[in-house]
Design a protein around this ligand. Sequence first.
Ligand code: PLP
Length: 373
Amino acid sequence: MIPYHIPYMPKEDVVLDAATLTAAKKYDAAAIFDAIPMYQNMASRMLLTHSAAAALEMMAMMANIQPGDEIILPAFTYVATANAFVRQGAVLRFADIEMETLNIDPQSVETLMTAKTRAIIPIHYGGIAADIRRLQKLQSTQCLLLEDAAHTLGATYDGKALGSFGDMSCISFHESKNITSAGNGGALIVKEAQAVREAEEMLYQGTDREAFMRGEISRYHWQRIGSAFEMGLAARAFLKAAIVDMSWVTEHRRALWWRYQHALEPLSKQGYLKLAKCPDTVQTNGHIFYICLESAETREMLMTYLFSKGIEARTHYEPLHLSRFGIAISGKKLVLPNTETVGKTLLRLPLYADMTTALQDEVIDALFEFFKH
Ligand SMILES: *Cc1c(COP(=O)(O)O)cnc(C)c1O
């Protein structure tokens, strides 16, 4: 069986004993990302959270989203992007996506902007950046750009790390992502000193415990609303070990991604499937390799065929505006043609750091076999 994904395990064993957990208390994001230049030079602060969903909730709280405020997000995303803002009472405005990258379409965003728009929230699907420059142009003082950069560890736009462009952003270390903290994990990225302080307090039940731990104050106090958003100690210890291999993981996944892309080009040219387009400004981290088929039926047949060959391929997001909850909160059924087409025809192929090119060739050969008949 060639699985769709195998979570990345660090090459060094992670021993979870009392000494490791005690040491992990000191591992903030800076300690963990010390060895990674692209994150060191980011001019922002990263805080470790128990998930990207938690970081998104913090973003929605810090952006002070109030009931009735509008936010614009792609309908083709994970529910976590939406949930954090729904919880604050935001009105969701679902934008359509661009077919070439499956990212939020700036033109669709423009048509949804109103005086009540408080945030635009792109995701960078599969580690390929959304059109950040055009989205930045749509931003006004009233309206923040918040990146859901959950997919993007190791991916860049104009040579800079994704997650460093928005007013705030988040990264995920969930087991399904390129690097995991052994299950759930995430990071919040904030910019100004004031926001860092606010985020630090929110992370620890709204107290200034972080400042206390650094020895800056003698007691800590309740300063604002917060929760237990911080990453657990075992997860930090695991992430510290895994992040050491980040460059290798990224390079290997990226190489496999481009290898699929080049190998499948003939099938794309013959019109059997559509491939992603990776813009010149973007360096992908190879988080997801997908193809889009001609119809839902073809996708079903291909999935079944691959499965019979021992290959696990997966569909992806249910368009949020077509979900039961999405319709309930929109009050009507929207029509977003690109999102709907992709929702029905996208298929993700196996891709993980330890995948060999021999196994990848099996997947590629199976695809050529399928279309030959
Ligand atoms: C995985 C993912 C999340 C949630 O990440 P968690 O760390 O599992 O909370 C949010 N947004 C997108 C786009 C994701 O893919």
